[in-house]
Write a protein that binds this ligand. Structure first.
Ligand SMILES: [Zn+2]
Length: 429
């Protein structure tokens, strides 16, 4: 059977030079009981930013309002660093105008104080496991992992003034769903206003000064990414329930499903569908990518994807993870193709540039007037490779975009000018 998968693009993230701005994804129907969910304030805490990203891409908010900023400190996420420009979570009491984090910090402050926002949840991965008494070097009162953090017990005048009860409710919910008793959660009250010099400069304390109910959730850095993400999602869901926000999601919450959600296929579209990639088991290097000169523009189905220019290549990064590197061959671009006829397993499909087509046995690109097709990894005697029946056994494995040798590019060029006019992806099932 043939399935024509259209790329659906949810996010519009444009990069120029070194500015990587955070994404804001608004879900549900806006009201004054909005949850502001923040991940990635420190770039080396993937549990937090992956959980926020999964809420952004996979959760359906059926009642209420959720705003998600999954990648607050995006440059640091890309660099897998706590903070490439210092610790962003110490810049909320004061930030210098020349600080590279100035724009992110001032704009998230504006979101925090937005009258629609009722509760702020900042997601962190902290070291070890917090415990009231010293057990060993990983489990003791100095640790941050496995905690629901509040700055003070009560914040009168805020929407949810009893911070302690709210955090306790969430902690209890997590503890009913532990993977292992050693991950047991605690509420940690930092008593910030009583003089915790460091925490006075933090995001949640800034929210408190704006009279906003604010919490941090800490997963343990001693756990793997999917386990941390699982605990964050447990917390996020319980805060939503406590706020009366209703939601559904396409999977049952367990570690296996969270891992699948983290590793599922991501779509990346360059120049508005002129060159699309499905990122899944992608080869570490992709060559002869037809790009046009000048600043690259792209969109992705995942807010943690970034395309970064490095020397003469483009590195593609998904959060902390390196995905692939595009080695360009530069072309002038012509008008993008919007009707590409393909006979897939004997059935005609009309695709447009950027679409992905799945076939079981073979495909045949119908001849387009004045255009030649170049099936990357297919050897033909003809320069124009349209009109030929192509099956997997005709393809040279190493030209696939994926390591499994199943996904191939078909590119189109104007014969008279050699301008590049688009591509499709063909996946052999
Ligand atoms: Zn942190």
């Amino acid at each position: 059977m043939k399935i024509l998968i259209k790329f659906c693009i949810f996010f519009s993230i444009f990069i120029n030079a070194n500015t990587l701005e955070y994404a804001l994804i608004k879900k549900g129907i806006e009201d004054n009981n909005t949850l502001l969910l923040i991940g990635g304030i420190q770039g080396d805490e993937p549990g937090g930013f992956l959980a926020a990203s999964i809420v952004a891409t996979d959760y359906n908010i059926t009642k209420g309002s959720v705003w998600v900023v999954p990648n607050l400190n995006f440059p640091s996420i890309i660099e897998r660093s706590r903070g490439t420009k210092g610790d962003m979570n110490r810049k909320f009491a004061h930030i210098d105008k020349n600080d590279p984090d100035y724009k992110a910090v001032t704009s998230i402050k504006k979101l925090i104080s937005d009258p629609k926002v009722a509760l702020i949840l900042n997601l962190h991965d902290g070291s070890g496991f917090y415990n009231d008494t010293y057990i060993n070097k990983d489990i003791n009162p100095q640790k941050w992992g496995s905690t629901c953090i509040i700055d003070q017990e009560i914040l009168s005048g805020s929407t949810y003034p009893d911070l302690m009860s709210m955090a306790t409710r969430v902690k209890d919910h997590i503890n009913k769903n532990l993977l292992n008793q050693s991950h047991f959660y605690h509420v940690k009250n930092t008593h910030t206003a009583k003089g915790d010099i460091e925490m006075l400069k933090s995001l949640t304390y800034y929210a408190v000064t704006q009279n906003k109910s604010a919490f941090a959730n800490e997963a343990s850095k001693n756990l793997n990414a999917e386990q941390r993400t699982y605990y964050h999602l447990l917390a996020i869901e319980e805060y939503m329930r406590a706020m009366g926000i209703e939601f559904n999601k396409p999977f049952e919450l367990n570690v296996q499903n969270v891992k699948k959600a983290i590793e599922k296929e991501i779509q990346l579209s360059l120049f508005d569908g002129m060159f699309n990639l499905n990122l899944l088991d992608t080869r570490a290097n992709l060559t002869y990518i037809p790009l046009k000169k000048g600043e690259i523009s792209y969109t992705s189905s995942n807010p943690l994807v970034a395309v970064i220019k490095e020397n003469n290549t483009y590195k593609i990064q998904y959060g902390n993870r390196y995905v692939t590197r595009l080695n360009p061959q530069y072309f002038e671009y012509g008008k993008k193709l919007d009707a590409i006829n393909v006979i897939a397993d004997g059935v005609k499909i009309v695709a447009k540039s950027g679409d992905k087509i799945s076939v079981k046995n073979s495909f045949n690109i119908e001849k387009i007037n004045k255009i030649r097709a170049n099936i990357i990894g297919y050897n033909s005697k003809n320069i124009d490779e349209s009109g030929e029946n192509v099956s997997l056994k005709n393809m040279i494995n190493r030209f696939s975009i994926d390591k499994n040798g199943k996904n191939f590019r078909v590119e189109f060029y104007e014969i008279s000018t050699n301008k590049y006019v688009g591509m499709i992806l063909v996946e052999f099932e």
